[in-house]
Write a new protein. Structure first.
Length: 226
């Protein structure tokens, strides 16, 4: 589904309502130290559960703001990854190590962690970079959601505008096509891409009603020479 099916004001209103509701239903702080879970274990818990996880930043703060309408970021550990939705840009960069406490919610199919306040996000220095998991295009789905992934294949359809949110195209390695959604806020130039080109794409394995890969920086998309 195109993000254009939801008007700009409608998407903002949904975001405001979601944030307000989460604040109202957030459980009171009891002053007890939260048990830190592996991200993979946290992802298996019911929606509405409040969890604490820690991991390495794979998507910097606010990079997907043109479609998410927040200043969120993504983190990953050895067991999985998750998008964290916050209203404030916390300035987190690739390889930052963070601990996050928040509530698990569904955002258009994407499992998302929503902290009550910026103080629920604690930076703990820097760590090693996260290497993307190489996978086939057909395998992008629930099993890869939240992780950094890499695929290779041919572009099967022309780049389509979904502005002001971004642009999209599809890549297939022969196993089945996957949508590549390039957020306008990343400033990645896709004008050179053509149907039939071989490309390698790295990005966040996400979902907006359908599964997709969201590149972060220009070098995440490498196409063969024209």
């Amino acid at each position: 589904m195109s993000r254009r099916l939801l008007s700009f004001p409608t998407r903002i209103l949904i975001g405001i309502l979601l944030t307000s509701c989460l604040t109202l239903v957030a459980p009171p702080t009891l002053g007890l130290a939260a048990s830190v879970l592996k991200i993979g274990d946290a992802r298996a818990l019911p929606l509405g559960t409040t969890v604490t996880v820690k991991g390495t930043v794979t998507v910097p703060s606010g990079l997907f703001s043109s479609s998410s309408f927040d200043q969120g970021f993504a983190i990953q550990d050895k067991t999985g990854g998750v998008y964290v939705s916050v209203a404030t840009n916390l300035g987190l960069q690739l390889r930052d190590q963070v601990e996050v406490t928040g509530q698990l919610v569904d955002s258009f199919g994407l499992l998302t962690l929503v902290p009550v306040s910026p103080s629920d996000v604690i930076q703990n220095g820097r760590g090693p970079s996260v290497e993307p998991k190489e996978t086939i295009t057909h395998a992008i789905g629930e099993a890869t959601e939240g992780r950094l992934v890499q695929i290779e294949g041919k572009i099967t359809q022309p780049v389509t505008s979904d502005l002001p949110f971004g642009r999209l195209f599809f890549v297939d390695d022969g196993s089945g096509a996957v949508k590549i959604f390039v957020n306008a806020s990343t400033s990645i130039d896709v004008s050179r891409l053509r149907v039939g080109q071989e490309v390698r794409v790295i990005g966040f394995s996400g979902q907006f009603n359908t599964y997709e890969i969201d590149p972060r920086i220009p070098s995440d998309i490498r196409a063969e020479s024209e």
